[in-house]
Design a binder for this molecule. Structure first.
Ligand code: BG6
Length: 295
């Protein structure tokens, strides 16, 4: 979890939002409200931390996460866009896993506050670097609403004159008390097992007792996740899959930014648009992927 004491105050932006800098250099927004506390990194448009008052943090962040603004951040909610997973054929081989949005610095467009929530508006547009990876003009908007509950809405607008096709995910790392205490309800009985070359598997029981990297094909999932700290209701919108991932001990050990004990305290449950059914956005049109989480 992020240490709020490692954030240096730079500027009070509104009654509930301060611009801060993490000790490793990352520019962030610290949101403190009577209902909750949250930290958003402008690098990646990345929610690092969300804790409703009186509860355990909802999100896991690796103790070894690289918060230097040069590397994708291990934990929180990375934005995977404009593709999910390895670069697909239509994009060309050898491009960054999960797209480029998580490795770009986003712009703060505005902050709206009301009696029970704060809404952070971020955006990212094409530039020479993104056009070299993916030759389309776009504006990507991320609205993060924090209060007693949490909503993220990722909207991509086609600002060019060619249609584009995308996949993506809000790659949420949940903070769990202990792997054996996790339950996840609302999944279909079939999934594609990425650890077995996407083999279809039929199973009516979910237990977090091994490495998993699963694609549950389901539109607009309604899931109930018991983390051992609390039970969260997850409402995915305009997604076609829920991706469930835990690398387990061996997998985590291969990742330099994954702390040794971390795999026992995290589970990713990700609203995703997968390459099975990517979305095409016409010029001047837009598409949104979103999630709401409530205890
Ligand atoms: O290490 P990365 O690029 O952040 O990806 C982490 C994981 O993200 C998951 O969403 C994928 O299903 C996994 O296959 C992948 O290993």
């Amino acid at each position: 979890m992020i240490d709020i004491a490692s954030l240096t105050l730079q500027r009070q932006l509104t009654g509930t939002v301060r611009q801060v800098q993490h000790a490793q250099g990352l520019p962030c927004l610290l949101i403190q409200r009577p209902e909750c506390e949250a930290v958003v990194s402008l690098y990646g448009g990345h929610l690092l931390h969300f804790t409703p008052r009186g509860q355990a943090p909802w999100l896991w962040l690796s103790q070894d996460a690289l918060l230097d603004g040069q590397h994708a951040i291990r934990g929180g909610i990375p934005v995977c866009w404009p593709w999910f997973g390895p670069s697909p054929e239509r994009v060309g081989a050898g491009k960054p896993q999960h797209g480029f949005a998580r490795n770009k610095t986003w712009q703060l467009d505005g902050i709206s506050e009301d009696a029970d929530s704060t809404l952070i508006h971020l955006s990212l547009s094409d530039d020479a670097e993104t056009l070299a990876l993916w030759p389309f003009a776009f504006e990507l908007q991320l609205d993060i609403k924090v209060g007693r509950e949490l909503t993220l809405q990722l909207t991509c607008c086609n600002t060019g004159d060619q249609p584009f096709t995308y996949s993506g995910a809000l790659h949420t790392y949940f903070n769990i008390a202990e792997v054996s205490q996790v339950s996840l309800a609302g999944l279909p009985h079939n999934y594609l097992d990425k650890l077995a070359n996407f083999a279809p598997v039929n199973s009516d029981h979910f237990a977090l007792d091994r490495a998993m990297d699963r694609v549950y094909l389901q539109e607009d999932a309604r899931l109930s996740l018991s983390t051992g700290h609390q039970t969260l209701q997850l409402e995915h919108r305009h997604s076609n899959a829920s991706v469930v991932w835990n690398p387990w001990q061996e997998g985590a050990a291969k990742m330099g930014d994954f702390d040794d004990a971390g795999w026992q305290h995290m589970l990713c449950v990700e609203p995703a648009i997968t390459e099975d059914a990517p979305i095409t956005v016409l010029p001047d049109e837009e598409h949104s992927l979103s999630v709401t989480m409530r205890a």
